[in-house]
Design a protein around this ligand. Structure first.
Ligand SMILES: *Cc1c(COP(=O)(O)O)cnc(C)c1O
Length: 373
């Protein structure tokens, strides 16, 4: 096609923004008015499709919020906690810590249960905390902690939150679209993810899927104007529009990305492609002498942390730059206490791309003078 660019971008083995399909990028080559009928129909379709992917449309609804994923989390926290509410946060990585930070900025009372980055939050500790502290009204947890790639059992925590009748918030930023999630069966009241992760859209907005009865119960709680979740939902319900300038191009790309998710066979089929990317990565990295940070039973298949090799010639900056020059972008680590880097398995990448990255890593190690067993 003559509209294809002559350049080729580097492949992004990162947690997002990700490599997207050519057709997703092409969907953005339009200028739609934010109040145009065609654009309003796109928003409507996106909201319906999001709910259909994870919940019952009779009882759940979707809200789109401009900004990155963090804005979406901030929209939830600053909108759903009542003035006298208290949030319990399960933390085992940097994104759980970010939830704590957001709560602090909005003067939301918060308790935390903090676990090591290689360990899933303990369900018994959650139950004990809810049993002991009647002031806790809400529980928040990250599904896939992108810090390490650890997958937290959200259905287990959800059952406990429901047993104690607390509102349950899940950051599914880097798992929605890669893992099937059913909101009713996980007891989730508010789930958040963003456009540029496993749905394979481009950055620009996040989305919340909420239990409608929980959403309509938050009137008067919002602490900001532009991140008011209920007001945004009411605007979308009333006239199908964002209250303020929407990211029109990102929404067009996302609409196409949802179509491509369906064409691929839905979330299960997409998860299978990612799982295969992960499996190829693990086998090859193991052969090159790299060790993954997490035990196998805790690892998700969206992103993997590897320890730096214990070799005097290894320098992450050089390793990163040489891979980047070859056309492959990996991701630095974010761990508080271990030297790791990360390789993402998500985005419009398949087995061939992963094998090419593995060959580039082997070449780079060779160039750096690192020989392995
Ligand atoms: C990507 C991500 C976010 C949001 O990050 P932004 O940079 O604000 O888009 C939040 N939580 C998790 C677990 C993530 O992976």
């Amino acid at each position: 096609m003559n509209t294809l660019p002559s350049w080729k971008d580097k492949a992004l083995f990162t947690p997002g923004p990700l490599t997207t399909s050519q057709t997703v990028k092409q969907a953005m080559l339009r200028d739609l008015g934010s109040r145009d009928i065609e654009f309003i129909a796109v928003i409507q379709a996106i909201r319906q499709q999001l709910v259909a992917l994870c919940a019952d449309p009779q009882a759940y609804t979707a809200v789109l919020m401009p900004g990155s994923g963090t804005s979406g989390i901030e929209a939830i926290l600053s909108s759903v906690l009542p003035p006298d509410g208290k949030l319990l946060i399960l933390i085992n990585g940097a994104y759980g810590e970010r939830i704590r930070k957001i709560a602090g900025i909005h003067h939301i009372a918060a308790a935390t249960l903090v676990f090591p980055e290689n360990t899933q939050p303990d369900a018994a500790a959650l139950a004990a905390a809810l049993e002991a502290d009647a002031e806790i009204t809400h529980v928040a947890v990250v599904h896939c902690e992108t810090t390490t790639g650890i997958l937290n059992p959200i259905e287990v925590y959800g059952a406990i939150a429901k047993k104690y009748a607390r509102t349950y918030i899940v950051d599914a930023m880097s798992s929605f679209g890669a893992y099937p999630i059913n909101l009713p069966s996980c007891g989730i009241d508010f789930l958040i993810s963003s456009a540029n992760k496993c749905v394979e859209g481009v950055p620009g907005f996040s989305f919340v899927v909420a239990r409608t009865a929980a959403l309509t119960a938050i009137r008067g709680f919002a602490r900001t104007l532009s991140l008011d979740l209920l007001a945004q939902w009411e605007g979308l319900e009333r006239d199908g529009q964002f209250r303020f300038t929407p990211p029109t191009h990102a929404l067009l790309a996302f609409h196409q990305a949802l179509h491509e998710l369906e064409q691929e066979g839905g979330i299960v089929a997409r998860g299978e492609r990612y799982r295969q990317n992960y499996a190829i990565t693990l086998t090859s990295m193991h052969m090159m002498g790299f060790r993954p940070y997490l035990d196998e039973d805790k690892r998700g298949y969206t992103i993997t942390s590897f320890y730096y090799p214990e070799h005097p010639q290894f320098n992450f900056r050089v390793f990163y730059e040489q891979l980047s020059e070859k056309g492959y972008v990996i991701y630095p680590g974010k761990l508080s206490h271990a030297d790791c880097f990360r390789i993402g398995h998500i985005g419009r990448l398949g087995a061939g791309d992963v094998r090419a990255l593995m060959a580039a890593i082997a070449d780079t190690l060779h160039e750096m003078g690192i020989t392995n067993a």
